[in-house]
Design a protein around this ligand. Sequence first.
Ligand code: ZN
Length: 155
Amino acid sequence: MSEPYQLRGNRVQPLDQKSIEFMALKVAQAFNINRRNRKRLDKSFEMLIDFSVTLNVYEDKEWNFLTRGHFDPNTMTISVPNSIYTLACQGEKEALSVMLHEMGHVFLAHRAILHHSSSAPQKEEDAEWQADEFARVILEYMGYTTKQMSFDFIA
Ligand SMILES: [Zn+2]
């Protein structure tokens, strides 16, 4: 028996790696996020509004979330500090991983509802694992290596 999986975030409908990859590549294509324009992504992120997603960029000194990015499914709002947003637009890998992680919550349809189950949670049901996988797939599609990355997002 292996150790039970420790959820890092909300328990959501399970998605396997293949399904996440499929969704992530669809989103990358829809947003024109690719290797060629990875250093100028502001136009891509501005398209979020077309999907009814509000992108809220905070002044760094006004940022008071515990994590580097935040998604509120009730208001469909992605919030990031300005430094993360600016660096992500320029293709800085860590900042980009934050933006893509939050977009993962959006497009993998993570809701605020609790998923009740009496069985032990699996990695595939962890909203944070799913969002990290989503970000990793797009980063690799863009030509970044992600082997050494350790995601440490709690929300
Ligand atoms: Zn998250």
